[in-house]
Design a protein around this ligand. Structure first.
Ligand code: MET
Ligand SMILES: [Zn+2]
Ligand SMILES: [Zn+2]
Length: 424
């Protein structure tokens, strides 16, 4: 437990980064074993939960002196997106440290193995200082965030185990910030993964006729692009932040009749599909977007159909938009701000996370969840080539979490709804 010198801290981070948990086929068991070994070294209770076979979720518990108080949950995902090794300057699972800059190169260095291990290192330091939590602190290391979270946090958040944890506040991932202030998120855009399909009569490649599958699909794509441009223009004009508009990007096109040399060139195909990654702010007019999809992007009048591969709700189970309050009604927000300030960190304005995270599953239950990854002075490289985090930023982030966890775990006031919850 005394192992809090910088070089051991960095070695542990490298060890975690070297476990290849990229999709498809993440090595979840090795990651779970590693986290379990960390839990043991910190004398934290842990269990490995398998809501779905082969997808372990590791749950750690740092018991508080007053177990009756609602708990704090520190969440992180163990999986990472794939990397193309030949396009990286250093292999993505080697965790190479550049000796002059101190950059640690690895897939997951920003998203989000850093955060998962920083939580643990902060606890190691707090233990070394003799600190004991008043509230129970849980840590969840979950699988499958990058492929939607249904088999990971989705199962966990809706489990009896989670209910019994009596969680009051969840911390989850944020984004790096190139400036010297940290970013913080009170909400996120909800993923809608849309596939539209067009059909039409096949025909000779030389014939001009109406209602081909390709023409029907292209009309939709044109309509999607006009909508995309309008949304993007609001961002470009500075009227809206990235997380405040609806983004839509075409991510695949599928059509044509394969031939041994490529595609048949003189046949207009009878089917064509396109896929779109749409991200919807919780504040968006969902009914109008749905109408647009049905009437303009995939209208039955053009022989089109559509299907959602993923369609996250923008509302919580009480029918309210999934936003975490950052005003006086949420004491955890002020605690976080103060804790970061006390550790000499600077915080930017609360934002809507432009992509999606596991936090939405907790917010859907009506629980407050804050997105935060302590990476300042760092380019945003999640899902990019040469993802890195510098040694110093990583170490600094541990101090920030030390301050936050201490503040959260010491917070004695009952928070809103606690009294009524206790009576239930
Ligand atoms: C759609 S689930 C979220 C996966 C990933 N974090 C993303 O935003 O793309
Ligand atoms: Zn992530
Ligand atoms: Zn990611």
């Amino acid at each position: 437990v005394e192992d809090t010198d910088s070089s051991s801290i960095i070695s542990r981070f490298q060890e975690y980064l070297r476990i290849n948990t990229a999709h498809p086929g993440p090595n979840y068991n090795e990651a779970a074993d590693f986290i379990a070994s960390q839990a043991k070294s910190l004398s934290l209770d842990f269990q490995i939960l398998e809501f779905v076979k082969g997808k372990p979720l590791v749950l750690l518990k740092w018991a508080g002196k007053n177990p009756a108080l609602p708990s704090v949950l520190l969440n992180s995902h163990t999986d990472v997106v794939p990397a193309e090794p030949h396009k990286w300057d250093h292999p993505p699972f080697q965790a190479h440290i550049d000796p002059s800059s101190g950059h640690i190169y690895a897939r997951g260095s920003q998203d989000m193995k850093c955060v998962g291990l920083q939580y643990l290192e902060a606890i190691r330091k707090l233990q070394a200082s003799g600190f004991r939590p008043l509230r129970t602190v849980y840590l969840s290391f979950v699988p499958d965030e990058e492929i939607g979270g249904n088999d990971g946090v989705g199962k966990f958040a809706n489990s009896e185990i989670f209910k019994n944890m009596n969680v009051a506040i969840i911390l989850d991932e944020g984004l790096a910030s190139p400036a010297d202030n940290y970013r913080v998120f009170y909400a996120e855009r909800c993923p809608w993964w849309l596939v539209i399909k067009a059909t039409g009569a096949p025909g000779h490649g030389a014939k001009l006729y109406d209602n081909t599958a390709m023409e029907n699909l292209l009309k939709s794509i044109e309509s999607v692009r006009r909508f995309r441009a309008v949304q993007f223009d609001m961002v470009k004009a500075g009227l809206k932040a990235e997380g405040e508009v609806i983004s839509v990007n075409m991510v695949f096109l599928k059509a044509g009749t394969p031939s041994p040399t490529g595609f048949v060139m003189n046949l207009q195909p009878s089917e064509a599909q396109a896929g779109f990654d749409i991200r919807v702010p919780p504040t968006a007019d969902v009914a109008s977007l749905e109408r647009r999809i049905g009437e303009e992007w995939a209208p039955a009048t053009r022989n089109m159909t559509f299907e959602f591969k993923q369609r996250a709700s923008t509302y919580d189970k009480f029918g309210k938009p999934i936003l975490t309050a950052f005003d006086g009604s949420n004491p955890w927000w002020a605690l976080l701000e103060d804790a970061i300030k006390n550790a000499s960190g600077k915080l930017g304005k609360p934002e809507i996370f432009p992509a999606s995270t596991d936090a939405r599953y907790f917010r859907e239950l009506g629980l407050p969840a804050i997105g935060f990854s302590p990476m300042a002075n760092t380019p945003i490289l999640l899902h990019d080539h040469n993802e890195f985090l510098s040694k110093n930023e990583y170490l600094r982030g541990i101090d920030i979490y030390e301050s936050i966890i201490k503040a959260y775990a010491s917070y004695a006031e009952p928070v809103k709804d606690e009294a009524s919850r206790a009576e239930l």
